[in-house]
Design a protein around this ligand. Structure first.
Ligand SMILES: Cc1ncc(C[n+]2csc(CCOP(=O)(O)OP(=O)(O)O)c2C)c(N)n1
Ligand code: SF4
Ligand SMILES: [Mg+2]
Length: 298
């Protein structure tokens, strides 16, 4: 297991980005780049991450970044990989697509699926702040039930799309979930993914203070609660083999999980959640962990 002393001192994001204070995504990106290192090319669709990079003429990162139209993240990564292959640089330089949940679960899903089906040699990272945040909080396929957004003023009624599960059935060599609240877990998973060939997919739960309605100082607390309540399990699927990550292991035991209410009541976006919706969370979490238990036993 990685410890804090293993982290490289080198930073690949310059200080003073345009992300909000307490942004989970900014922390995720910083840790991911530490693991990926300088020989990396990133492609990013429209999102808060585009904004983090700055206005035209500036770039807050030390690695090359391509800004691509919303639907084309997987396709643009495929193009970069093809050009590196033509120059025999594909072993040396790692291509990484970094997109939000809207750009992944809805708008970019077809080009991502195409790239995964072709086995394109790249990492696709989805930072999941559970809505279209950059345009003012609209619901996405990844918004959880009961959450307020400007397009679900009474709370979303559908479940969150299981994007890691969708990528898993593409038969790719590596799928993982992680969280902004577990920086070492992020580092470890990106580092591992860098050394695997083929399409690798990492889905990262990324709390967002203005979009979720909590104080910026509480980003880590909120992110941890998602894991501690069992709502967001951390795991890897390597060559089809499921492995629960260390930080989620103890939540196999339901008595160790914190009540989901602890997570929901700390966020303004769940202000109007009903008792029936909370009950639905209880069923969702039990079903999720029953499936995890079965996968571990098999
Ligand atoms: C084709 C297209 N449609 C809509 C937009 C407007 N737009 C820019 S960023 C964004 C939200 C992206 O949401 P997500 O992918 O979840 O990333 P986040 O902003 O949450 O980081 C939208 C709708 C756009 N740039 N291009
Ligand atoms: S709106 Fe949310 S995701 Fe976007 S920069 Fe601000 S904190 Fe980060
Ligand atoms: Mg989003």
């Amino acid at each position: 297991m990685v410890n804090v002393m293993d982290l490289p001192e080198e930073e690949y994001i310059y200080p003073g980005t345009r992300a909000c204070s307490g942004c989970g995504m900014a922390l995720v990106y910083r840790m991911a780049l530490k693991a990926l290192g300088p020989k990396t090319i990133i492609t990013v669709p429209a999102s808060c991450l585009t904004v983090l990079h700055g206005m035209q003429g500036f770039c807050t990162t030390k690695v090359s970044v391509l800004h691509t139209p919303f639907a084309t993240t997987g396709a643009s990564a495929s193009g970069i990989v093809a050009s590196l292959e033509a120059k025999n640089l594909e072993e040396e330089i790692c291509v990484v697509a970094f997109a939000g949940d809207g750009g992944t679960t809805d708008i970019g899903i077809q080009s991502l699926s195409g790239a995964a089906e072709r086995g394109t040699n790249f990492i696709y990272a989805c930072y999941d702040n559970e809505a279209y945040m950059n345009t003012g909080v609209q619901r996405s396929g990844s918004t959880p039930p009961g959450a307020f957004s400007t397009t679900t003023p009474q709370g979303k009624t559908q479940r969150k799309k299981d994007m890691p599960g969708i990528l898993e059935v593409h038969g790719i060599p590596y799928v993982a979930t992680t969280s902004a609240a577990y920086p070492l877990d992020i580092y470890e998973k990106f580092k591992k993914a860098r050394d695997i060939k083929g399409t690798r997919y990492i889905h990262i739960h990324s709390p967002c203070p203005p979009g979720w309605g909590y104080d910026p100082k509480d980003t880590i607390k909120i992110g941890k609660l998602a894991v501690q309540t069992g709502f967001w399990p951390l795991y890897e699927v390597e060559q089809g083999k499921f492995k629960l990550s260390h930080s989620s292991m103890k939540y196999l035991d339901p008595t160790k999980r914190l009540p989901i209410e602890e997570y929901l009541k700390k966020q303004g976006r769940f202000k109007k959640i009903t008792p029936a919706e909370i009950e639905e969370y209880h069923s969702y979490i039990s079903e999720l962990w029953e499936k995890i238990k079965k996968r571990i036993e098999n």
